[in-house]
Design a protein around this ligand. Structure first.
Ligand SMILES: Nc1nc2c(c(=O)[nH]1)N=C([C@H](O)[C@H](O)COP(=O)(O)OP(=O)(O)OP(=O)(O)O)CN2
Ligand SMILES: [Zn+2]
Length: 112
């Protein structure tokens, strides 16, 4: 099995839809640090699991410098963003989304 991981930053705004009062319901921004983990049994014709550049384009290209509430059709929590990122790349099995220094969400496919 081959494994790769790609880390990049997304600077964007969001507001959260919550059923309790929170500062996070107001529009605000983060510099999310996103790490995408991919794997493949065989390399493609270019000798890659998938192209680092393409991974970044598929996610950062859609989210960077945007209002996430306008480009995503779900509540843009770090957990939901991580799951959405995983869905953009067929070889992806895990995504980590770091919202701030102490706040990290991880989505990982359950193969059980
Ligand atoms: N489980 C989650 N909890 C929270 C999420 C989330 O995505 N998943 N998101 C937020 C908000 O995005 C909020 O903006 C985070 O605010 P931040 O100031 O970064 O975090 P804290 O409130 O913990 O502040 P400290 O700086 O650590 O005091 C909130 N929760
Ligand atoms: Zn936030």
């Amino acid at each position: 099995m081959y494994y790769i991981q790609k880390t990049f930053e997304v600077s964007a705004a969001h507001s959260l839809m919550l059923d309790y009062e929170s500062k996070c319901a107001g529009l605000h921004g983060h510099n999310w640090i996103i790490t995408v983990y991919c794997k493949a049994r065989e390399l493609n014709s270019n000798g890659m699991v998938c192209d680092f550049t393409e991974i970044k384009q598929l996610i950062q290209g859609k989210l960077d410098h945007r209002n996430l509430n306008e480009v995503l059709d779900f509540n843009p929590t770090a957990e939901n963003i991580a799951r959405w990122c995983a869905g953009q790349i067929p070889q992806c099995y895990k995504v980590s989304v770091q919202e701030s220094e102490g706040n990290i969400a991880i989505y990982e496919e359950d193969n059980l």
